[in-house]
Design a protein around this ligand. Structure first.
Ligand SMILES: *Cc1c(COP(=O)(O)O)cnc(C)c1O
Length: 355
């Protein structure tokens, strides 16, 4: 199969998924955005096979992409807002848990569901040092008076990715929240060992730990780099000579060699992140030494051929890229797959090939 492929060692990957799942009590697999390169329907099926009782999506529109493959509850992590029609509609879905981040939205929901048959399921977000969303710790005391119209499923706390101060922040915010209403805690980005300690600590000596749900995305789906790799098909190979002009920009080739046209472009997320501009002094020197003056300011591509990343001729096109190979390197053949480095949280692959 040609194009950009995610090669998945499916047995190794599933072993890893199971290890993470079994060592993370209360795990809530996160399936959002591009599905970490796998797509949301695929992640829904894998979460189902893992036996998870709850999955987390980012946006209301993502609920439809997981609900057939996954039988349990679906948390929407993007905060509920009154002007979002789909978010409003999903309040009535008994499998959906909405995240609410402002006290006034609780009031809006109360008005909306006045005569509804069932109460919407809601978790309340506590503002952390991320300063993204959530009720300020000082305002938490106003929450208990506004819970009559909903089923309160717990507090959510989304921590920054730094280790420093993380546990203390989680503990401080959790205590403030639990002091107003005792409920499960939905935590993101706290390691399992710390979460377990925190659950016990908050429960208090001789009492049950506070119920905790841990939302995990990257560490679950992409935590075993050995089972996932990305390759792209060589679509054409042309001999080129120094001075030849190529590409949309008609740049001159700096030395004899091979022009490779390889699957993968901006539509796949190539050139969005991985290619490093030759901006540092050392990289410029390398560029000058290998390609001459013309190469200065060029970008290193994410394609590896004969053991090294190779230079783009010009910025990637929508679905393919033009890459230079020096004369001294035997070129790949049309149809060969070459390694391409992709950031799987931004990439879109043409297919998943199970190996
Ligand atoms: C995206 C997201 C996660 C998962 O993040 P990873 O770093 O991929 O594990 C967890 N919690 C919230 C609130 C998120 O938005």
């Amino acid at each position: 199969m040609s194009g950009v492929s995610l090669r998945l060692d499916v047995d190794a990957w599933r072993r890893h998924l199971r290890v993470v799942s079994e060592s993370t009590p209360g795990i809530v697999p996160v399936a959002k955005g591009n599905g970490y390169g796998f797509g949301l329907p695929r992640l829904a099926l894998e979460a189902q096979n893992l036996g998870a009782d709850t999955i987390a999506v980012g946006l209301p529109a993502e609920v439809a992409l997981v609900r057939d493959g996954f039988a349990g509850d679906i948390v929407i992590m993007m905060p509920w807002r009154p002007d979002d029609d789909l978010a409003r509609e999903l309040l009535a879905d008994p499998r959906v848990i909405s995240t609410v981040s402002r006290v006034e939205d609780l009031a809006a929901i109360t008005t909306l569901v006045e005569n509804a048959a069932s109460k919407p399921r809601v978790i309340m977000e506590v503002r952390t040092s991320m300063q993204r969303h959530g009720v300020r710790p000082d305002d938490l005391v106003t929450v208990p008076g506004r819970l009559d119209a909903i089923t309160f499923e717990g507090w959510t706390i989304h921590l920054p990715l730094l280790d420093q101060g993380r546990y203390l922040e989680a503990e401080r915010l959790a205590r403030a929240a639990l002091a107003t209403v005792a409920a499960p805690l939905w935590i993101s980005h706290l390691p399992v060992a710390e979460a377990t300690t925190l659950a016990k600590q908050l429960g208090g000596a001789g009492r049950e730990p506070v119920p905790m749900r841990l939302r995990v995305g990257t560490r679950l789906w992409l935590g075993d780099p050995g089972s996932v790799s990305t390759v792209a098909t060589v679509l054409d190979v042309h001999p080129v000579r120094r001075g030849d002009r190529v590409g949309y920009r008609q740049r001159r080739i700096a030395g004899n060699g091979w022009l490779l046209v390889i699957a993968g472009g901006t539509a796949h997320g190539i050139g969005m992140e991985a290619p490093t501009a030759a901006s540092s002094g050392r990289q410029r020197l390398v560029a000058l030494a290998t390609g001459g003056l013309e190469a200065a300011g060029r970008a290193l591509s994410p394609y590896t051929i004969a053991g090294r990343k190779r230079w783009f001729c010009e910025p990637p096109h929508m679905q393919s890229s033009q890459v230079l190979l020096p004369e001294s390197v035997p070129p790949p053949r049309v149809g060969d797959d070459v390694r391409v480095e992709l950031r799987l949280t931004t990439a879109v692959v043409d297919q998943i090939v199970e190996v």
